[in-house]
Design a protein around this ligand. Structure first.
Ligand SMILES: Cc1cc2nc3c(=O)[nH]c(=O)nc-3n(C[C@H](O)[C@H](O)[C@H](O)COP(=O)(O)OP(=O)(O)OC[C@H]3O[C@@H](n4cnc5c(N)ncnc54)[C@H](O)[C@@H]3O)c2cc1C
Length: 400
């Protein structure tokens, strides 16, 4: 039996897998993406693209169109429950450090069709839907990837390298016997979606507002066509109860008193919050990226962004290896660097966003710290560099 060979196979056509494939395709590397679903996911998940990520997506030719589908956020506010603005900082402080001194609120499902369309321009790139990878086997200088199609037909493919971007329940990880158990936080997230324009109910409201108050803390995110209110709920509250309309209504009454009755509830759902980092992001010829490699609490909206940075780092490194400009050592150093960024920066920063919210004294100190940041332009810039992952993302290579 002759088994087809591809220099690189990417498992998963989520934002991370497609970005990896696009970097490779643009570098002239033949690449095959295997995706178990019949089409791109339309699930509502990540909503935030940070400046560092927008710089990289610009290099890939998709940032301008994504911007047209999203909402730019130029200011972050902190408020109390009485809707007094405690502090505000503006992204202008990043001018000169990024071509995109703002964050963009757009669903991740807005990005993936743009990436897929961009890939179609490269005949050496293919995306195979309804192709579930169920096994990976190292074989000397290649990896045999076993795929099952919708009819149950099982086919092998040999890959020089595999990028596993198959999400938090990664089959690739399991096939290699790697650890996969995340650490769950003692709470989960409750996301309430409303089409009521909250910035009309609360004049001057920034599209990213953190309400920080010992009585009730939560976050408000303005999307292009809706608003999201994100709460933390203790894990011992049954999730079914948390999304009951009467419970959500009561929560809104606490969160936005005197305005809650004017807020229409379009949807309410929960999602787990967990942290995870694979001990190594590289296992021989299999390279891990995105949720297959790491999870963070969604606070700060960093996990997908970090995954997109993995994608660019792996795509660039594999392009150099494919061209013979670099060897295996480069892959090991990228693996170590991406893991260091995750464990040393991304996870601690994400956790810091919600640390001490339940403790009035810690919360007051945290707000005092934000006040000192807001009052000092240099500290504002440093804060935004860290929040935007500008200090740990691959640098753009394009000069504008
Ligand atoms: C509610 C929610 C809100 C979030 N908000 C944010 C945010 O604001 N900012 C942020 O940065 N992150 C956020 N995240 C995290 C973000 O959604 C993920 O980090 C992101 O989707 C990871 O992308 P990925 O491509 O690694 O994985 P995924 O998006 O999970 O894609 C994996 C793909 O692999 C496919 N696949 C799986 N198994 C196989 C297989 N065996 N064979 C072939 N294909 C397979 C899947 O079908 C899927 O298409 C949020 C997550 C959730 C759940």
């Amino acid at each position: 039996m002759s088994v087809p060979h591809r220099p690189v196979v990417v498992v998963g056509a989520g934002p991370v897998g497609l970005t990896t494939a696009l970097v490779l395709a643009r570098g002239g590397v033949p690449v095959t993406v295997l995706e178990s679903a019949a089409q791109l996911s339309t699930a509502s998940r990540a909503s935030t693209f940070h400046p560092a990520t927008l710089d990289l997506l610009d290099e890939l030719g998709v940032a301008a169109r994504l911007r047209g589908l999203g909402r730019e956020v130029h200011e972050i506010q902190w408020r109390d429950l009485d809707q007094r603005v405690l502090h505000r900082i503006r992204y202008d402080a990043l001018v000169g450090r990024t071509a995109h001194p703002y964050r963009l609120h757009a669903e991740q499902s807005r990005l993936t069709p743009l990436l897929l369309a961009a890939l179609e321009a490269y005949p050496h790139a293919e995306v195979c839907f309804s192709s579930t990878v169920f096994d990976l086997r190292a074989r000397g200088d290649s990896v045999r990837v076993w795929t099952e199609g919708p009819t149950g037909l099982r086919t092998p493919l040999d890959a020089g390298y595999v990028v596993a971007a198959d999400g938090s329940r990664s089959r690739a990880r399991a096939a290699l016997g790697l650890p996969s158990r995340p650490t769950e936080y003692p709470w989960y997230a409750l996301r309430v979606v409303t089409r009521t324009p909250l910035d009309e109910l609360l004049p001057g409201l920034a599209p990213l507002t953190y309400v920080r108050d010992p009585r009730q803390s939560f976050s408000l995110l303005g999307m292009p066509d809706h608003w999201r209110l994100v709460f933390r709920v203790l894990a011992d509250v049954p999730r079914r109860r948390a999304v009951e309309r009467t419970e959500v209504r009561a929560l809104l009454e606490r969160a936005l008193p005197a305005r809650a009755e004017r807020i229409e509830i379009a949807d309410a759902h929960t999602y787990r919050l967990a942290a995870f980092a694979l001990p190594e992001f590289r296992q021989g010829r299999v390279l891990f990226a995105g949720d297959a490699a790491h999870l963070t609490s969604t606070a700060g909206g960093m996990n997908m962004n970090c995954g997109l940075h993995d994608a660019v780092a792996w795509g660039r490194a594999l392009t150099r290896v494919h061209r013979g400009d670099a060897g295996e050592r480069l892959l090991s150093s990228v693996a170590a660097e991406r893991r260091r960024a995750l464990t040393g920066k991304v996870i601690p920063r994400s956790e810091a966003r919600t640390a001490g919210l339940d403790d009035p004294v810690r919360l007051r100190h945290a707000m005092d710290d934000i006040g000192r940041v807001a009052d000092d332009p240099r500290r504002t810039a440093d804060y935004l560099v860290e929040a935007s992952l500008l200090d740990c993302a691959p640098r753009p290579q394009l000069t504008h």
